[in-house]
Design a binder for this molecule. Structure first.
Ligand code: FE
Length: 170
């Protein structure tokens, strides 16, 4: 019985990151750069076989195959150190600990990236819902999604996968 309750709890949280706390599909208020093939750094355009050599299977599943890690399973959701979160694939600086907040979802959450150009976004219409996917603008790696139910000042919640990020302590 207890394990069934735990399973229901875990599944509900999975939906929070994957589909948002509020109505899914709301467009974020901040204007962000759309990812374009030509804006991606040539050095980071790689075949799936090449990515498989560089990334761990867990990283590949999320960064290249757009998976979602299990809530509370990642390295960074409960990290309170000061520093910079970089892309787990190409190490581009994405988020600062200054904008990290407690979302209670079990995924590292931020109300803004370091700069609007630090992340790219794309409409994601998978799973019968309209969401906004967040990607690394340099290597095109999948990071997570952004929702409109975040705290002030932006009202945004960048719900990221820990496995897509690495942390550089300052
Ligand atoms: Fe990257």
């Amino acid at each position: 019985m207890r394990s069934a309750a735990a399973l229901i709890f875990a599944v509900s949280f999975s939906f929070l990151c994957a589909f948002g706390k509020s109505e899914a599909g709301d467009k974020p208020k901040a204007k962000m750069a759309l990812i374009k093939e030509k804006t991606m750094n040539e050095r980071w355009k790689k075949s799936d076989a090449e990515w498989k050599k560089i990334l761990s299977p867990e990283q590949y599943k999320v960064l290249r195959d757009k998976g979602t890690e299990r809530a509370f399973s990642g390295k960074w959701w409960d990290n309170h150190e000061k520093g910079i979160y970089v892309c787990g694939a190409c190490r581009l600086e994405l988020f600062s600990s200054e904008t990290k907040f407690e979302s209670g979802t079990g995924w590292p959450s931020f109300w803004a990236p370091i700069a609007s150009s630090s992340v790219a976004t794309e409409e994601d219409n998978s799973f019968f819902s309209k969401r906004t996917e967040v990607l690394c603008p340099r290597c095109g790696g999948h990071l997570g999604h952004v929702f409109n139910d975040g705290p002030k000042p932006t009202g945004l919640r960048y719900c990221m996968n820990s496995v897509s990020l690495d942390f550089e302590k300052k």
